[in-house]
Write a new protein. Sequence first.
Length: 285
Amino acid sequence: MSTRWLVIGGGTAGCVVASRLSEDDHNEVVLLEAGPDHGPGPVPDRGGAYLDEHARQYPELTVIRRQGGAPEPYPQGFGLGGTTLISGGLAAPDPELFAVSNLLPIEKTERLGMLGSAVLDADARARAATLVRHNGERVTVADVYLRPALLRTNLMVVTESPVVSLALGGWSVVRAVTADGIEYEADRFVVCAGAIQTPTLLLRSGLDTPGIGEALRVMNGIGWTYVILAEVINAPYGLGALITVAGKRGRVDQIFALVIVILVIGVVSDQILKLLNRSLFRWKT
Ligand SMILES: Cc1cc2nc3c(=O)[nH]c(=O)nc-3n(C[C@H](O)[C@H](O)[C@H](O)COP(=O)(O)OP(=O)(O)OC[C@H]3O[C@@H](n4cnc5c(N)ncnc54)[C@H](O)[C@@H]3O)c2cc1C
């Protein structure tokens, strides 16, 4: 039996995830990308030109970087390839940390732009970063990971389909809905919409519960303490009242036994709420 995967966002992470998942014939993979497919072909090289390609980035995406600050433009790639449509194409130079051989099919070149060379010249401690290229050309992640995988029959890519919400069935996500109202069902969902749009999609879909389970545990602990205190002071029955009676009779053994019972009930009820919390809000653990 195959597993249906829905990958949301065809950027740096989404292209690699979709490509890797579709290597397994048991997976049926659908990738939904908000932007268009700009097609294969040379991507503007380093030096700032890539940031002038307005069609390749979200035009009105702004973020507030500091509390109380004004909204500032946030550059993010729009289309298959995601932010590699506009990024600098630099990879970490540390071969142990980020071995280029692990990143195949990407190859490296040591070619440096004017700015990179100036930085290297300016500081003896500076080390050259690696520029990622394929066949000598700057490419997007879609070109090196996704396009070669498109021949597979178990991979489908749908562009210009922004996902607007995720729908829950029981306690799992079962469906994604796009801006034009199309619903995609799957067994597994991978949201790769970038650092800003991934959390906003989850928030829009109500997938962030404001700590209901944790609040319930705290309230249970506080409530239990109050009940016992009230029973000790004034109630004719209950565990607290039994402690008062045992105290009046000088039965220290009974007082200790009752305190242990109260503790056990408190710990057990807290553990039950903890387990409930974990099973109801699995995505939080
Ligand atoms: C100007 C610039 C230069 C950079 N230079 C470098 C560099 O030299 N080296 C380096 O390592 N990193 C660089 N980075 C950072 C790097 O590009 C990002 O960290 C990386 O691309 C993020 O990958 P991602 O998959 O999380 O998001 P992205 O690559 O942004 O992909 C997200 C994708 O999801 C799509 N999407 C968003 N919302 C939805 C939705 N609701 N439904 C469907 N699809 C959606 C978007 O259209 C996009 O295609 C640079 C970034 C910028 C902005």
